[in-house]
Design a protein around this ligand. Sequence first.
Ligand SMILES: [Zn+2]
Ligand SMILES: [Zn+2]
Length: 373
Amino acid sequence: MNGRVAVLKDYGGDFELREYPVPEAEPGALVIKLTRAGVCGSDLHIWRGEMKDVYGAPPRDLTFGHEMAGRVHRLGAGVTTDSRGRPLAEGDRVTFLYFFPCGRCRVCLHDEMANCPRKARANRVAGTAPYFNNAYGDYYYLRPGHFVFRIPDDISDDMATPANCALSQVLYGLTKAGLRQGDSVVIQGAGGLGLYAAAVARDLGADRVIVVDRIPGRLELARAFGADHTLNIDELATPDTRVAAVKDLTEGFGADVVADLVGYPDVIPEGLRMLRVGGIYLEIGNIAPGNVFSYDATALVRGGTRMIAMANYSPWALGESLAFLARTRHRFPFDKLVSHVFPLERITDAFQQAEWSRRGGDPLRVSRAAISM
Ligand SMILES: [Zn+2]
Ligand SMILES: [Zn+2]
């Protein structure tokens, strides 16, 4: 039996579908029949060619994608439960980490699996056995040493697909930033990460959630996802006015936590100025190489500023993300996070749609693409 894998031939251009044999599951592994995949900001960076230092120019048999959900197709010997210890059977709906902390190094031992320097990542050269190493294909081979979670029945595939990336990342990040009941938080950027961050902050008990963006449709959605206040950078046209607005909304002190979920380094100095003395800046947005910012080191010292940055999350965060979705599914409009679902054979259209949306799209209507298998 064969399955399809999408392979990128030209940066910014078309994918082609190739077929490979579906492998058997070795002991400790799973073969997943994928049902959905997402187009994440980092996937767009790869598609545009902004990671060509890593993947070559032109791209050579490049296959990628990391946000996904599916059903257990084959259970390898010895796998009887998910990572929470719940029974797991063929046909069950699952989500899983797309990276693999080693569990055998100093960093993992310090309870920081997110930062494991030896974590295994996906092979991105199409045709490398076991062939199904990424999200844009019919199957996914979940190697031994994985973390997998059953998806609760009342969470749809569309809701579950971003859980293993955007949602887990912000849930982990805000928790690591120490966000707690009564805090005020500023979220820079109302894309997928920012909307989840607003909702997670609300669920964690934040007293004041302030979201900054320039697209009215996104800011409106941010309010539906729990923002108390939204700041439109076209209306508050300078960093000084935006910093002043945050101070006004926080009794003159500034926010306890500010999170960059934009991905442009220019927002960092402004975000640092929005913090209260001793506040924490959470950096998640910048993932493409070469994003440099400058800031007055003395202001950091006088401000008692703390900064943390992270590119992944610890496995517990995915379990908690599913619990968060189940708990808040009637409170926040998660169904509005996907507007277009394209079949795998139209994956190029999904990327063009995502790119159009990323560049502003229709400013009044938020559109997002997903891929169905
Ligand atoms: Zn992602
Ligand atoms: Zn490790």
